[in-house]
Design a protein around this ligand. Structure first.
Ligand SMILES: C[S@@+](CC[C@H](N)C(=O)[O-])C[C@H]1O[C@@H](n2cnc3c(N)ncnc32)[C@H](O)[C@@H]1O
Length: 194
């Protein structure tokens, strides 16, 4: 079977061994290893957090800090420093619990319901990324950071361009643990300009 079609790959097995709820945690670990963004005591909003593997690792990294884990889906309890909200992140009233200018970082592993049509899926992913940037405008502290997943497509550059207006430094990074053929990449923004 070709490598890219293996669903239970080495990351899947490692996630099981470490009690992580999804293999996605390894992507965040790779991003953290490269950019060193998340710090002890940080307040972080995790958008599209279900089933919760990013929040599991974030919870350890921030120690006495706090994680706001937001998703359309229900998330099982993770740790005392992870506050869970079952909400649509595009619904401003529903996400108000996070508080304005409250978080040091916004991380988003959001994925739209995929159709299998790359251009349609990429369009919806770009829309979600605009919602993430809107969220940053409201909830991120000045000099804060963002990590957000996007499916590459026609609107990708437009999202990057908007991020560049909002953050001092913007880079795109595809972790090794992303599946070989996936078109996803992560936009990493540092130094939110407010
Ligand atoms: C790939 S999963 C995230 C995996 C997660 N990072 C983890 O490590 O467990 C993508 C999530 O985005 C969520 N999502 C998509 N659109 C959303 C929206 N508008 N509001 C909130 N969550 C959304 C989906 O429900 C799904 O759980």
């Amino acid at each position: 079977m070709p490598k890219q079609y293996r669903t239970q790959d080495k990351y899947f097995k490692r996630a099981k061994e470490r009690g992580l709820r999804a293999r996605s945690a390894f992507k965040l670990e790779e991003i953290q290893k490269k950019f060193r963004l998340v710090r002890d005591r940080d307040m972080v909003a995790d958008l599209g957090a279900a089933p919760g593997s990013w929040s599991q690792v974030l919870s350890k990294w921030v120690g006495p800090g706090k994680i706001f884990a937001l998703d359309l889906q229900a998330i099982e309890e993770i740790a005392p420093n992870v506050l869970i909200y079952q909400v649509d992140i595009t619904d401003e009233a529903a996400v108000a619990a996070v508080g304005a200018g409250q978080v040091d970082g916004v991380v988003a592993d959001l994925a739209p319901k995929t159709t299998g049509q790359h251009d349609v899926d990429a369009y919806h992913s770009a829309e979600l990324n605009h919602a993430v940037l809107n969220f940053c405008e409201k909830h991120l502290k000045k000099r804060g950071y963002v990590i957000t997943k996007i499916f590459q497509g026609e609107d990708f550059q437009q999202v990057v361009k908007r991020a560049k207006k909002k953050f001092k430094r913007v880079k795109c990074f595809k972790p090794e643990s992303c599946r070989d053929r996936s078109r996803e990449t992560y936009i990493v923004g540092q130094g939110f300009l407010g």
